[in-house]
Design a protein around this ligand. Structure first.
Ligand code: CO
Ligand code: CO
Length: 321
């Protein structure tokens, strides 16, 4: 992908304190303010993904804060970013904001303000500020051959929310997808940064394979996944068999297919791995000797995780069936 810096005439990444910026865009910007402290800054907002306004607010907030966790930080402050139609009942707007605020509170942060504009289609999310020790910043680059790949949430919420919009999703699929999307990546991030790590990102709009490709490319290594090891929310694979993919799956496939080698995997399951996710889990490359202690920290935090592959010499992605 073309670096965003090319769109700017004055180099925006020249400040030496900007540890992570547009030069090599990552999940969020990281800026050093003192020797031991860097701030993380990120923003994300989107149109409703579920019917319930409170759940929508909570999911949008968890998704926006996820990029702070993907950089290894903790959430400090957040601002609401909202677009609401003029005729949206006040009670619904309140529920969206309440869902977001309670999720930020759960993260240990606070909503400090925000901005709302009128728009035909509702949109909601957060601008988030987090803190991280500069030595603990987890970027997309740095995965090394021999590393073990772990994933901390199931896949498939994108196809389930698409089915929800067409009224063909199973109630159990919807419940699992909502719980997964609303879950904070905080404990996953703590389990990772509690030990040695090499690369971390979160799985969102580019799908598992798009985000994995970014990690592979930044790391100068190849990633190998075992399809059988992937966790999916209930019903996601059945919806894929019915080819109920959102338009974003085609876009991601067009962008990333040339980087992926599949061994004997059905078209449906290939496409599922290209499907956009919302508020997905963290994908981390860990040194192999680190996996047991990472696992113990996950158990102590009641944080699920799955070992889904390994890092190889070379480039690109392979998915073994
Ligand atoms: Co991200
Ligand atoms: Co983002």
């Amino acid at each position: 992908m073309r670096p965003l810096t090319e769109l700017f005439s004055g180099r925006p990444d020249q400040d030496a304190n900007l540890l992570v910026g547009l030069g090599e865009a990552d999940d969020a910007a990281v800026y050093l303010i003192r020797e031991e402290t860097a701030i993380i800054l990120t923003i994300d907002f989107f149109t409703p993904v579920v019917d319930d306004p409170y759940d929508y607010g909570a999911i949008a907030a968890a998704n926006a804060m996820s990029d702070v966790y993907a950089m290894g930080g903790e959430v400090l402050l957040a601002l609401n970013v909202s677009c609401f139609p003029a005729d949206l009942p006040l009670e619904i707007a309140r529920e969206i904001l309440r869902g977001g605020a309670e999720k930020v509170c759960e993260a240990g942060g606070v909503i400090a303000g925000g901005h709302t504009v009128e728009d035909r289609e509702p949109k909601y999310g957060l601008a988030v500020m987090g803190l991280v020790h500069p030595d603990k910043v987890t970027t997309k680059g740095g995965a090394r051959p021999g590393d073990v790949l772990v994933l901390t949430k199931p896949l498939g919420v994108g196809i389930v929310t698409t089915a929800l919009k067409s009224d063909v999703a199973d109630p159990r699929s919807i419940a699992e997808a909502i719980a997964s999307m609303a879950r904070l990546n905080r404990d996953a991030a703590r389990a990772i940064s509690g030990g040695a790590f090499h690369a971390v990102t979160d799985i969102t709009g580019f799908g598992l394979l798009g985000h994995a490709w970014e990690m592979a490319e930044r790391s100068g290594a190849g990633l190998s996944f075992d399809f059988e090891a992937f966790p999916f929310v209930y019903g996601a694979q059945a919806l894929a068999d019915d080819w109920l993919f959102p338009a974003g799956a085609n876009k991601n496939e067009a962008a990333y297919r040339s980087h992926v080698l599949f061994s004997r995997l059905s078209d449906e399951m290939q496409m599922l791995l290209f499907t956009p996710e919302t508020s997905g889990g963290l994908l981390a490359a860990l040194p192999p000797e680190e996996v047991d202690s990472f696992g113990s920290r996950c158990v102590a935090l009641d944080q699920p995780y799955w070992v889904v592959g390994e890092v190889l010499e070379g480039e690109g992605i392979e998915v073994l069936a």
